[in-house]
Write a protein that binds this ligand. Structure first.
Ligand SMILES: [Zn+2]
Length: 274
């Protein structure tokens, strides 16, 4: 299928959804409001976001749950995020635009992720952030409930040199269903994240941010790996020599794993070949 055909199919599907939503009425959901022509997201950015969804699935960071977003390349007050869908099933047709209140601008009746508020709150609080990952990254969850802090074991996790804060939703919002499913909870989570690259969510998972999709995805993968390494080192017994803060700062000064570009190209090829 050529790019033109693919685009045409995307447009046809979009129109069909719009039409269906008009007939069904889609009560309680965002009204279809297509973005202005001049602010439409770059199809190449959408493809990168689709790749990020699949990479994080293939790498075991996402299972059926988890989501990744990117700030809109032509409007910093918007971001792109899939409709509610298992990440490895996401295609370009599933990407929805949101404003920074996490209100969908072109949902056309589609169901949205309950925790979409995480993304808008972080983009509002962090102008330096262009990509946000929320996952239930398996090796990280133990560190979200333990008094043992997550610390950098190897150079690829040098980015957590200043620590990884833990968001305890019970302290922030009382007894909940543990989901960051409204603007207030999301604002509190963004407050806990502060200027850091990641925050653990107690008994739940993690948010990881970056200045680009490759950085947020790369950090998600290497943070999970670091948690595994740290747990294994603790299990060995003995004392652990963590990365020296000065070593970690040099890793960051040297460009943080090359901005993950080399790995990003490989990860993208691997998901494209599937
Ligand atoms: Zn979650």
């Amino acid at each position: 299928m050529t790019n033109g055909q693919r685009r045409e199919r995307r447009l046809t599907t979009g129109s069909a959804l719009l039409l269906a939503a008009t007939f069904i009425g889609a009560p309680g959901r965002a009204a279809p409001q297509p973005a202005p022509q001049d602010a439409r997201a770059d199809p190449a950015l959408i493809e990168e976001l689709v790749a990020a969804n699949r990479i994080l699935g293939q790498q075991g960071i996402f299972d059926g749950f988890g989501h990744v977003s990117v700030r809109h390349g032509r409007d910093p007050n918007r971001f792109l995020l899939s409709r509610s869908l298992a990440p490895e099933l996401v295609t370009a047709d599933d990407i929805v635009e949101f404003d920074l209140e996490s209100r969908a601008l072109n949902a056309a009746g589609r169901t949205l992720y309950l925790e979409r508020f995480i993304h808008g709150a972080i983009y509002r609080a962090r102008p330096d952030v262009s990509a946000v990952v929320h996952s239930h990254s398996p090796a990280l969850v133990p560190f979200s409930v333990s008094s043992v802090p997550l610390r950098p074991v190897s150079h690829t996790a040098g980015f957590i040199v200043d620590g990884v804060p833990v968001f305890d939703i019970r302290k922030a919002s009382g007894i909940t269903d543990m989901l960051v499913s409204d603007a207030d909870r999301a604002r509190r989570l963004a407050g806990t994240l502060g200027p850091q690259p990641a925050a653990l969510m107690r008994g739940h998972g993690v948010v990881v941010v970056g200045a680009s999709l490759p950085i947020a995805v790369g950090r998600s993968i290497y943070l999970e790996m670091n948690a595994r390494h740290q747990s294994q080192a603790i299990a060995l017994g003995g004392t652990i020599t963590y990365l020296d803060p000065q070593e970690a700062r040099r890793v960051m000064a040297a460009g943080e794993n090359g901005g993950y570009q080399r790995a990003w190209e490989l990860w993208k090829r691997n998901v494209a070949a599937k």
